[in-house]
Design a protein around this ligand. Structure first.
Ligand SMILES: Nc1nc2c(ncn2[C@@H]2O[C@H](COP(=O)(O)OP(=O)(O)OP(=O)(O)O)[C@@H](O)[C@H]2O)c(=O)[nH]1
Ligand SMILES: [Mg+2]
Length: 331
């Protein structure tokens, strides 16, 4: 199972500026020679790998990356201004491919590694270049070269920062669908989710984290019951777990037995998973039955030294606190 973040990007380098046709005009020199300057170079489009970005989300909002054109040459041998390069920041690990052929053009695996995706056109020569012994007054100059343009596909293997665990039907997929663009199937029967889903949670202009929704666990999963525990490998490298508890379905479950049953499965899979910080949350508090029990459950967890966060993935109540808690743990 691989998670890839993808973005389709159109890059266009700047055109070179045109060379200039001009003749020297000086007092008392009626026929000055040609003095048209050259055009400046167009800007390149350059990708740079950075550790400050973790997803391709920003590029999904900026699918056209267009560098500036070079300035035109002018009289008196003045060269046009060269346009600055356009730098596009991408996360370390981004692979850049030709969109049509899928040919890999660059694999930016190191911080600060760069790739010139489109080269700017060089400026055209001004008419000053074109005098010859037989032709003293060239009335032409070159146009600048066109900048390269390409459609690229960017791919990034995502690693989840946070993982959601819990019984089937707890509302894991509902949660991720509310906080990210991920659209896993949601239904009122167990094992709706059969494969992991990743969602990118954006929480400020440039900050986000990746959260994984994996198939539900049940008691005995380590023996192969339900979907088993193999999906836990997808959350092994996360920094924090969100443990979602639902007490609305089984008449005599309580949040604590729910909580310990899931943790037992984690322990069977890999005891190190229990060392990860867990944010424990009680879902579906919009339902009267759950609402009635919130106080009791929260108090019970408090006695064990654990904060239980009540929320509703349907109304959104309490979710902001949970997201903030995740952000804090990731910081
Ligand atoms: N009333 C109420 N229902 C909820 C809430 N959150 C989820 N549900 C419902 O609970 C059922 C299960 O939700 P899912 O998000 O599919 O649960 P899941 O944990 O992803 O389940 P699996 O994929 O089977 O492991 C669906 O019918 C949801 O509409 C909630 O806050 N309140
Ligand atoms: Mg699900």
């Amino acid at each position: 199972m691989k998670f890839v973040d993808e973005a389709k990007i159109y890059v266009k380098a700047g055109h070179g500026g045109s060379g200039c046709v001009s003749f020297r005009r000086e007092k008392f020199v009626p026929k000055g020679g040609p003095d048209g300057g050259d055009g400046g170079k167009g800007g390149d489009v350059i990708f740079r790998a950075t550790e400050s970005h973790h997803t391709l989300l920003d590029l999904k909002y900026k699918q056209h990356q267009i560098a500036k054109n070079g300035g035109h040459g002018s009289g008196n041998h003045r060269t046009g201004r060269s346009a600055g390069d356009l730098e596009v920041l991408v996360p370390v690990g981004t692979i850049i491919k030709n969109f049509e052929t899928e040919e890999v053009l660059a694999d930016l695996s190191e911080p600060e590694q760069t790739f010139i995706a489109a080269r700017g056109g060089i400026g055209g020569k001004g008419n000053a270049h074109f005098t010859t012994s037989t032709h003293q007054t060239p009335r032409f100059a070159q146009e600048g070269m066109e900048g390269e343009e390409f459609t690229l596909k960017l791919e990034l293997k995502l690693l989840a920062d946070a993982g959601i665990i819990g019984f089937p039907n707890a509302g894991k997929s509902t949660f991720i669908s509310r906080v990210s663009a991920a659209k896993p199937k949601i239904a009122d029967y167990p094992f709706t989710t059969l494969t992991p889903h990743l969602g990118v949670v954006r929480y400020s202009d440039s900050k986000n984290f990746v959260i994984a929704d994996i198939p539900g666990l049940i008691s005995g999963a380590h023996d192969g019951s339900g979907m088993g525990i193999k999906f836990l490998k997808h959350i092994e490298r996360t920094s924090v777990l969100l443990h979602i508890i639902d007490i609305s379905t089984e008449p005599d479950t309580n949040a604590w037995s729910n909580f310990t049953a899931i943790n037992k499965e984690l322990e069977y899979y890999n005891p190190d998973l229990l060392k990860k910080p867990q944010i424990v949350a009680l879902n579906k508090i919009d339902l009267p039955f759950v609402k009635e029990n919130v106080k009791k459950e929260v108090a019970l967890f408090k006695k064990k030294g654990i904060i239980l966060h009540p929320f509703s993935a349907v109304t959104g109540e309490g979710m902001k606190e949970i997201i903030n808690k995740i952000i804090k743990k990731l910081a």
